[in-house]
Design a protein around this ligand. Sequence first.
Ligand SMILES: *Cc1c(COP(=O)(O)O)cnc(C)c1O
Length: 374
Amino acid sequence: MDFETAAIHVGQDPEPTTGAVTVPIFQTSTFAQPRVGEHTGYEYARTGNPTRTALQQCLAALEGTEQAVCFASGLAASDAVLRLLSPGDEVVMANDVYGGTWRQVDKVHRRAGIETTPVDLTDLEAVAAAMTPATRFIWAETPSNPLLKILDLAALAEIAHAHDARLVVDNTFATPYLQRPVELGADLVVHSTTKYLGGHSDVVGGAVCTDAATAEELAFLQNAVGAVPGPFDSWLTLRGIKTLGVRMDRHCANAARIATFLDQHPAVEQVLYPGLASHPGHELAARQMRDFGGMISMRVAGGRDAATRVAETTRLFFLAESLGGVESLIEHPGIMTHASVSGTALEVPDDLLRLSVGIESVDDLLADLDRALA
Ligand SMILES: *Cc1c(COP(=O)(O)O)cnc(C)c1O
């Protein structure tokens, strides 16, 4: 079954009692049992809920993994993955991961005895040098945020496996439509479904896609720790996923046009977009991704003040954190998303703006940016 079909059909057969073609929102906390010690497959909604099951089955199909386990947020999903480790274990992590992921390993899991080393994962020699006998995970994110660096997932998987470690990929920016990390050797794929998968800026959620044995451990944590997505959140995410393919095509087409426009604009110093031939990760991205995604960063001529003025002047591009929704967003990473989190050795230039290009008319978006840059 092709991707677009799986997004609409896997886990989503018509509901058997009524024939409803949309998976119902099973808004219930518990399930009546026919006999003591016997149940229908569902007992209590933290442990399992049919709307959540549908979402999990669909996500596993899209990532090409045996199973998926969903959580209340992307950070709850990464927390569950890190809880697979024990004191003394180590993680080699991209030095430009999502800020909240770094805060979690640095401030939460370090206290539980798990050491995380930030490394520039584009430098494969540095990665190999950072591996120790205690390293359990290499944790990658590509394209990265906000510098849109591209990592070689096949090469990282090889290094991880040679050291008896596993490759974890945060696939939030690319989505399984553009990039399938497991086909490149990754062992676990983490998502903030809040972004492109949900796609409409109306729900927060997370997921881990992996093999059946690891998923069983994660499902234990899902139930034992309890950071589960509610049935309505699961339903909204599943509804968003149905249109992922068409949305991503449009995000990518719009972003490509806008990146080319910005690249030639006199008020823009530099455009970071993997679709541009000038981007250092362009060829690698062309190899490992179907298309180049909807995220663009740019350095504005005139420094920090000019950059903040542009971000405050656009009208269609809302000034907001987050990304991946149908509406376009603009933000200043140095002051907004990346201000509170330091220590990853990540230098975010203060003239940098990040765009999440939506699926509006590209002509309207170009006019909005042109006006703001003027
Ligand atoms: C947003 C995001 C997260 C965290 O997800 P939440 O749903 O906000 O908890 C993790 N990784 C990446 C790449 C993200 O963009």
